[in-house]
Design a protein around this ligand. Structure first.
Ligand code: ADE
Length: 246
């Protein structure tokens, strides 16, 4: 998968050299190209922002540098990328969207600073390619770079061969499947006793059916406690009698 990221803070994206994403890059599974938007701002101060029409606080990112940067990127590859615009006004970033994006060969991220990007940029590229405005949550960050780190990590770990154990994202919270509507329950490892605390007996039983039932019950309890909205909006058919008794 190819990823292009256009930013005025290339150094903010250094974490993409580390851990899972860094290894995927080193192995050639991810081709990440980071572009400095200021290279496309040609006045003396490499200005990328200006005051908003209609007044109001803050600054808006000018269209010309974005146009030059995105034209260059679009012309540099085969086919069409999906352009992902991080903004608190976008559609929620979910595991389902991460799965959808992970199937695309080419993504372009446009993290903005200030009050956002001149609307005409979104319209211009929306007429040419698939543009998604995406929010990582109901809070406002100082810029879109942290959301890009979040989205790239969520997408990269779904790419074939990136996670050591392919099964390990199948029971993630929010992953499609039998436990799709439930959060993941608690996990334990060795030693069997730590500071006087043991581990649930059933996990030592070797009884796969009982262990699966226990995991589901714990997942249900945790979801009920932390995210009751997930249970409310799920299809009631997703829950069995045992779940409902909890
Ligand atoms: N930029 C600022 N806040 C954001 C958010 N919550 N999601 C995506 N991009 C953002």
């Amino acid at each position: 998968m190819r990823l292009d990221i256009v930013t005025i803070f290339p150094e903010y994206l250094e974490p993409l050299n580390v851990s899972l994403v860094g290894k995927a890059r080193a192995r050639g599974q991810l081709d990440v190209r980071i572009h400095d938007l200021r290279d496309c701002a040609h006045d003396k101060h490499n200005t990328v922002d200006d005051t908003p029409y209609g007044g109001g606080p803050g600054m808006v990112m000018k269209p010309e540098p974005w146009g030059e940067a995105l034209d260059g990127i679009l012309a540099s590859g085969e086919g069409e990328p999906v352009i992902v615009v991080p903004t608190p006004s976008g559609v929620p970033f979910t595991q389902q969207l991460a799965v959808e994006l992970s199937a695309k060969p080419w993504l372009v991220f446009t993290p903005a600073r200030y009050e956002g990007i001149d609307r005409r940029v979104i319209e211009e590229y929306g007429d040419r390619v698939d543009v998604r405005e995406v929010s990582i949550g109901d809070y406002v960050l100082a810029g879109g770079e942290a959301p890009v780190l979040v989205m790239v990590e969520a997408v990269a770990r779904l790419l074939p061969g990136v996670l050591g154990n392919a099964a390990s994202h199948q029971d993630d919270s929010f992953a499609p499947g039998a436990m799709a509507d439930l959060l993941e329950g608690p996990v334990y490892t060795k030693p069997p006793e730590w500071r006087g605390r043991g581990i649930p007996e059933v996990l030592l039983s070797g009884h796969h059916g009982k262990i699966a039932r226990w995991r589901r019950d714990e997942a249900f309890r945790r979801t009920d406690r932390n995210r009751p909205d997930l249970i409310e909006r799920a299809d009631p058919a997703a829950f069995d009698k045992h779940d409902r008794a909890i």
